[in-house]
Structure formats: structure tokens, C-alpha cells
Design a protein around this ligand. Sequence first.
Ligand SMILES: NC(=O)c1ccc[n+]([C@@H]2O[C@H](COP(=O)([O-])OP(=O)(O)OC[C@H]3O[C@@H](n4cnc5c(N)ncnc54)[C@H](OP(=O)(O)O)[C@@H]3O)[C@@H](O)[C@H]2O)c1
Length: 381
Amino acid sequence: MIYRTFGKTNLKISQLGFGCMRLPLIDENDPTMINETEATNMLHYAIDSGVNYLDTAYNYHRQMSEHFVGKALKGGYRKKVYLATKMPVWLVKGKEDSQKYFDEQLKRLQTDTIDMYLLHSLGKNNWKTVQEYDILGFLDKTRASGQIRFVGFSFHDELSLFKEIVDAYPWALCLIHLNYVDDHYQAGVQGLEYAHKKGLAVVIMEPLRGGKLANNVPKKVLNVIKKSDCKQTPAEFALRWLYNRPEVSCVLSGMSSMNQVKENIKFASNDYVGTLSAQDLALYRKAKDFYLSKTRVNCTQCGYCMPCSQGIPISFILELFNDACMYNAVADSQWAYKIFIPPEHRADQCTACGECEEKCPQKIPIAECLREAHTLLSTKT
Ligand SMILES: NC(=O)c1ccc[n+]([C@@H]2O[C@H](COP(=O)([O-])OP(=O)(O)OC[C@H]3O[C@@H](n4cnc5c(N)ncnc54)[C@H](OP(=O)(O)O)[C@@H]3O)[C@@H](O)[C@H]2O)c1
């Protein structure tokens, strides 16, 4: 395992971190049903192989991720990792709530200290909440008490706000969405460079676009990957673009099987900083252009939008919509739409209540996309 400097701290963090948002499930339709035996084996294997950074959050797996992590880190594993979790800022409705959620998180995680405590999903609205309820004051106080070692934030909004937030507080770290397709999206590479210059550790989320850059990769992209010199899988191709950047402190992967854990750990045992040539980078741009030309909705299946009050499986429908366009496979998506989703839960049942749009980190106009998806997926071709 290669370790990297973590901003201005003296920590050495594994370049691969374990994201606990896409753990294996017993029931694929129920994110609370974590396959704890399998997930614990994966976590222990990762830690035993040198991964020392774990990322979870209050809301992952509909609030079950932290409970799971607390249990899985028993038996001496807690001491071997830096544990990161996040305050659900959008739930804070009063000054006392910061403490309330933090105490609950300590209990769930069965620990006295959070190594990295992040304000979750900062954007315009959540940043207002941070100021309104003096959440930064809470961070100061809790850091002074020793219950939080390092503070940070995760981010989903425009670059200008990202810079404002970086400059507003002595953060130790930030967590941004970055991969070779979304290099100029939200904070993007400019945000990465900015935060790094200011001394923050920069942790990466969605390195594989939630799996889209690794699974069912279109032929055109596979051909591009083949042209690169190295024999590598699509997942490795995508991770390498991030490991190439010296400003990246840690790449989180939300691994959902032991095979993925093993592949990603093996790949993280090499140092790739500065190894991509101009020719290599041109290949990444080619693959990116293809993806962007075919992506209808920038959904990464993170599931933040769920549950929907109408029982609409939002991210699944948006996936079918994207797949129809990406693979020129409208008939396949139409078939899946008809077979797997009963009429009462199809996209035309959306009431445009807006609840999911408020929660979506990618700011997707979900109601509008569901309307378009329904038109495409239910029209006879
Ligand atoms: N703070 C925030 O707002 C926020 C938002 C998003 C994520 N995060 C954090 O960042 C972490 C990483 O983001 P992410 O989970 O979206 O990461 P990601 O790496 O982009 O996506 C993870 C998915 O990629 C696929 N995958 C991983 N390794 C693979 C391999 N070797 N071969 C083939 N497929 C592979 C799996 O998909 P399949 O299961 O489909 O195979 C896995 O579920 C999260 O787990 C979470 O901890 C934070």
C-alpha cells in the first residue's frame, strides 16, 4: 500500500480509502440490509492489507452504515484506522442539534473520538445552516475537547463557493467528487489544486462515478483503454487518473464485493504520481468526451434522494434512462422498466414534491428527468 501525506497534518494515509456507502447487501432492494458477514470480511481484509482510512456518514445505508462500522471495528480494528464520519447538516434545525447528532454518532460507532469529522454535503443551503446555527463554533469546542481530531467538509456545489468555504475556516481536509469524466464538475481539478495549495488534505469520492466507469463500459471506451500501454481494467484506468495527481491525499472507493477490494488494494500498492504522459491524458479526454456525449442524467446512484414518498425507485429509473442512451439500448431499458417496476411506482407517479431534489448532491432536476425517462421508457418503439 502506498501512503500519502495528509495535508498539513503529519498523518500518512493509505492512498485507497474504504467508503462505507455501497456495502454488500442481503436484499438488493433494501439498503438497510447490509450483508454484515461479507462486509466485515471485506473491511478486515482491507485494513489487514494496509488501508487505514474509513469513511462513513450519518445517513449512509439509511442510517445503518455507522452502526455496522461500529460493530466491524471491534476486536482491535478501531485503533488501526482513521475513522471519518459526517454531520447531517441538513437535519440541523437548532443550535443544540450539532451536539445531539454527534453524541448519537459516537454511540453508533462505539468510539470516544472521531478522527475526521466532516460537515456533510456543503452547498449553498447547508452552508447557510452552518452559519445560522454556529456549527463552526461547535467544531471548535469539540476539537478542543479532543473528541474530534480533524475537521473537514464534503462538497457539492460551484467552484466559487468551494473556494469561499476553504477560506472560511482552518479545515484539515475536504472531500470532493472527482474522476476523469467529471474533472471540471463542482469543485473539479481547480478546486483540488486550490485546496491543496491552502494546505488541506483532499479526499476523493465517486472516483468511478459510482461504478459507471468500471462496469458495463461501452465498447468505444474499452477500445480507448486498450490503446493505453498498460494492461488494465476500466476501474484501474479510472483510479490511475486520480493517483497520477500529487494533490490527491486519498481516493475513497465504495467497494461492494471482496473481488473489488482485492483488485483495488493490489492496484494501490503502486505509486502512480506523475506517471501519465500527454498521450495517456489525451486518451482519458477521448473516453470522457464519449461519456459526456451519451450521459442524459448525471446520476451516480448514491441514493441520497431515497426513499421517495411515492415509492418511485428514482436512481434505478435514471440508470435505465442513461443506459438506454449510452448503449443505444432503448428496448432493453423499456423491458426492464415494464418488468421490474409496477405501474404505481413508475416515474409518471412523481408529484414533483421536490424532496428528492433538495437532497441530491448532483443537483439533478429529478422531477423533470423522471418525466423524460417515463416518456422514453414507456413509448412503444
Ligand atoms: N459526502 C458525500 O456527499 C459523498 C457522496 C458520495 C460518496 N461519498 C463517499 O465516497 C465513497 C466513494 O464514493 P463511491 O462509493 O461513489 O465510489 P466509486 O468508486 O465511484 O463507486 C463505487 C462502486 O464502484 C464499483 N467498483 C469499485 N471498485 C471496483 C472494481 N475494482 N471493479 C469494478 N467495479 C468497482 C462498485 O459498483 P458495483 O457495486 O455496481 O459493482 C462500487 O459500488 C463513498 O463510499 C462514500 O463513503 C461521499
